[in-house]
Structure formats: C-alpha cells, structure tokens
Ligand binder design. Sequence first.
Ligand code: NDP
Length: 466
Amino acid sequence: TLAEIGLIGLGTMGAALALNIAEKGFPIAVFNRTTEVTRRFHAEAGALAANVIPTESLADLVASLKRPRAIILMVPAGQAVDDQIAALAPLLDKDDLVIDAGNANFHDTNRRAAAGLPMRFLGLGVSGGEEGARHGPSIMGGGLKADWDRVSHILDAISARYQDIPCATWMGEAGAGHFVKAVHNGIEYADMQMIAEIYGILRDGLGHTAGDIGALFAAWNEGVLRSYLVEISAAVSEATDPATGKPMLDVILDSAGQKGTGRWTAIEAQHLATPVPVIEAAVMARNVSARLDERKAGEARFGAAPKRLAGADAPSAATLEQAMIAGKILCYAQGFAMISAASDSFGWSLPLPEIARVWRAGCIIRSDMLNDMASALTENPGRNLILAPDFAARLEATIPALRQVVALGALNGLPVPALASGLAWFDLMRTARGTANMIQAQRDFFGAHGFDRLDGRDIHHGPWGS
Ligand code: NDP
C-alpha cells in the first residue's frame, strides 16, 4: 500500500510526529539523511511499525506516496529546508505538496511561497516540544487555504484538542503560520522569564529553598496562573539531583540557551513598530545570562546587591502572584497587538480569537487565561487586551502588586527586567498627555522636523532659529 503522507527528518520532532501520524491510522513513509536512524526508528516503532514505510532514498520515499503527494520536512530551519526542497524538486509533480513543519523564520516561508517553487508549499508552526509532537501539538498553518485543506484531516487528527476541537488552524497565506508560531515563542520566552524573575525574588530576596518555591508554584497552578509553564516550573523546582541529592535547580548553570525564535519576534516587532517590551526584555535577559564571565566581573567590581528583603519589604506570596498575573496580561496584550500589526502590514487577516484558542492546548504557552483572552478577542479583536473590561478590571486589581515588586527589585538589586518593562509600557499606555512633546521640540530644534500643536494652529516650528 502507498502511504498517505511522507516525512523527512527523524530527529526529536520528526520521529515523534511520525509516530503520532501512524498512531492516528495514516500510513506514513519516512526518510532520514542518516539511514541508520530510519532503520532504528522503524525497529523501535513497535505496533506502529505496521503503519510506517521506512525508505532509504528520496526517490523511494516519493515512490511510496499516494498522489498527489504530501511530504513533511522536520529538519533544522534555514539552509537544510532549501536543500531538501531542491533535492525533492526533480522527483515531485507540481501538484505535490511540501510542508515545512520546522521553526522557519516566517520571512523564509514568505520567500519560498513567493519563489514559484515547482511544487505546492505550506509552512507549519508546530508547538509542544517532543511530547506535543508525539501526542498532540498545537499547529499553526500558512500557505494557500486549498493546500491546507488537502492535509487538514491529518493535522486535525494529530493535533491537541481543546473541548474536542482540534488545535490546528490555517492562519493565512505564506508565512502566516510561522509568524504566529514566532510570536508564540516570543511569548514563551517572556512567560519563562517572568517566572524566573519571581523565582529570583523568592530565592535571593526571601531566601526560600527550591522545594518551597516549587510548592508555591504548584499552588499558583491551581489558580488564575494555571498553565503548563507554571506547572513545569513547580516540577523542576521540586526535583532532586540524583548525583548530589541537592535540588536540581541549585546545580544547573545559570546560562540560558536559545535557538533564536524569541529574537526574531523582538526584531520583527521593531520592524512593525509594535511594542513588545516584555518579550524584548526576556531576549535581553537570555543574552545577559550567557555572559557569565562578564557578570562575575561585574559582581567583583560592584559587589553583590543587598538583595535580602525583610520585614515590611518582604512581599507576600499573594503580592508576587498578582504581579505575575499583571505581567502576563501585559505581555499577551503586547503579543496580540503585534499579531494585529502584522495582519495590517502583511495583508493577512490573522484570526486573533482563534489564535488564543489554538494556543489553549498542546503548545508550551497553554494556559487557562487564554480562554478569557479568546473571549475578549472575540468580543472585539481590534481593541488592545488591556482595555477589554475583564482584563482592565484584573489589571486594576493587580498593577499595585506589580508596582510593589518592580520597586522592591529596583531598590534591592533584584533584576526584574521583564516585569519592569511590562509596567513601564502600561504606564505609557495609560498616560494621555505623554512627554514626546519634548522629543518633538528637540527634533524640530536640531533638524527642523516640525511638530503639530495641541491647539491645532497651523504653526509647525518653534522660535529657536535666531
Ligand atoms: P533534531 O536535531 O532532533 O533533528 C534534526 C533532523 O534533521 C535529523 O533527522 C537530521 O538528520 C535532519 N537533518 C539535519 N540537517 C539536515 C540536512 N542538512 N539535510 C537533511 N536532513 C537534515 O531537531 P528537532 O527535531 O528538534 O527539530 C527539527 C525542527 O523542528 C527544527 O526546525 C526545530 O526548530 C523545530 N522544532 C523543534 C522543537 C523541539 O522542541 N525540539 C519544537 C518545535 C519545533 P540526521 O539524523 O541525519 O542528523
């Protein structure tokens, strides 16, 4: 029998996705650059091996597929994808479909979509890590709707489900799916960083042990903050290192890796002139984290900050929880605003409420709060989330705690860059008469750039000439 679909790249994600597809009853043909990996994959597929056709050349792979063919690429983003497309080109018909399911930069997906490839092409953002790929990821698709429709029955079947509806959605043409995935990853960086900042206050400011912090996060995971990232933060905080018996967190080097998707989001936000300061702060903090020697030299020169919070200075657990709730709302408000800006700029109609829903299960940033965000965005997708009545009320209730936490951090040398950036953005956003009149005056003074006046008079330059 011929396979429904093919897959190239049996690495962490590809192998998991292939097993997921096979398990849902779709015969799948697989190929991997290193043949040994394909053989091992097939040998270890257990009962699912019956639904897997292992192939040892691209020609074999192509010959094993039903027509019109569909082939998923799960190889590293960038050159490897272009190379695979080039290698497949002579083997495929123009109606065959290549699906790039890696973490492509959406500009690359736009470029490929516009390049007039000799086959059809979809860009798929897949979130949820290995576990998600194996048992149900969240899937954000981009390309021609007709091409999406050809494979959507398979994508629906393998994706996560929320209230029985698959978390797999066509977002728009070309790079729309990979764009939404990039913003997802940017928000993921920000959520992780805010948790790490609160962890820092608990560890360094309040002297709590990793185990106590884990218990607190576990408690928060029963409330408004219920989410996959808070859940796993509790789990990693409570884990013990088998080698030393110490808390796992206490033996892990404080230098964070990244593959660049958060950075892409921050860079793209700058291009779109749409502010995502919480995400930018999170990318910045990862970059600083990697500068271990410089940080050591900094501490040697300036001394460790006082840090320890005591007495009236010590924030309660409830204050920290509320600060995180406020930070999370601000971060998502920025992320969704960025998606809106991209719709305008790239001619997409990115479905904001549907994006909140697709992120509800399967992906790394899944959380209960996304339900309420989906509702608020359904009510009015054009309104900034901070102005939706439900979220405005929550911000009114939690901003004082965020203010307290950011102030304590600033006064005591506890770094809270993401939380502080969120607060600074909020304060800018709630100030009707800002200070850019000073910027405009300066620009007019040195560059005769002109300004508009509050009184609407038709006078656009100041008296600074001579
Ligand atoms: P792995 O490193 O585990 O696997 C990479 C796979 O690609 C291997 O099968 C490898 O084959 C193959 N490969 C590497 N280079 C080439 C090449 N030049 N030509 C052909 N095949 C090649 O990566 P992942 O599975 O983690 O990631 C795959 C994609 O999925 C990436 O774009 C990644 O960003 C994305 N992704 C990853 C997630 C994760 O949690 N890991 C989550 C979401 C997306 P070989 O065995 O021969 O080396």
